[in-house]
Write a protein that binds this ligand. Structure first.
Ligand code: A5P
Length: 232
């Protein structure tokens, strides 16, 4: 089965279970966008959803699909967040941010009563850091100095460059360094040391946030992974 058919199946399955009238966190990236489109098809059949978008791109798509958008500041909490991921570990820790929306994704995820991650099964890994570099969002001012501090943490920061040859700029006006880490043995420790680095706004490790992961395998079979007890 081709990748777009797999995403379509996954998105349809997840969107069909979202209760009508839900207030949603709408993720970014191709998989989350497929879910937004599937929610749009439910709206055509009479459903109603309200959402907070994690990127300008998702906001544009959601509006086209008939999802009413609200500002995160206007709501107490969101019923459910639906987002993609780049890596998913057995304890449902995530690496996110390949699409550059990690900061808004994390802010939205923290406001969701439930965060459902949607991903192709290739994103499942034994250890984070083994598939892709970890994105770290930094302020533009003196970003070279911040990158030196990241290097001193044992990371290998590479400034993300857009197709136009200029540094990629996030929706909040920051730069991103993609940092090869190798297998991350202690995600909690790395989380703390990156957050303590001056110049860093946030990073793509999402720990203790996902409530559930829904994957699609090569044959289009949907699987749901839930943590019964999260390790302390
Ligand atoms: C966006 O910044 C990311 O966190 C995406 O959610 C993640 O990269 C997954 O994207 P795809 O669904 O396109 O693989």
């Amino acid at each position: 089965m081709d990748d777009s058919e797999r995403l379509h199946r996954l998105a349809k399955s997840v969107a069909s279970e979202v209760p009508n009238g839900s207030l949603l966190g709408l993720g970014s990236g191709s998989t989350a966008e497929a879910v937004v489109r599937a929610l749009g098809r439910r709206i055509e059949q009479g459903a109603r959803f309200t959402g907070v978008a994690t990127s300008k791109r998702t906001a544009d798509l959601a509006s086209t699909c008939g999802i009413q958008l609200v500002d995160l500041n206007q709501v107490e909490s969101l019923d459910m967040g639906i987002d993609g991921a780049d890596e998913i570990s057995p304890e449902l820790y995530l690496v996110k941010g390949r699409g550059g929306a990690l900061l808004h994704e994390k802010l939205v995820a923290l406001s969701c009563s439930r965060l459902v991650i949607v991903a192709a099964c290739e994103k499942l890994v034994e250890k984070l850091g083994t598939r892709l570099p970890l994105p770290i969002e930094v302020v533009q001012f003196a970003h070279d100095k911040t990158s030196e501090r990241l290097l001193n943490l044992g990371l290998q920061p590479v400034l993300r460059i857009s197709a136009d040859g200029l540094p990629f700029v996030t929706d909040s006006g920051n730069f991103i360094y993609d940092c090869a880490t190798g297998a991350i043995e202690s995600p909690e420790e790395l989380d703390r040391s990156i957050k303590l680095t001056t110049g860093v706004v946030d990073h793509g490790l999402f720990l203790n946030m996902a409530s559930e992961v829904v994957t699609v395998d090569q044959d289009g079979k949907i699987q749901r992974l839930k943590l019964v007890n999260r390790p302390q």
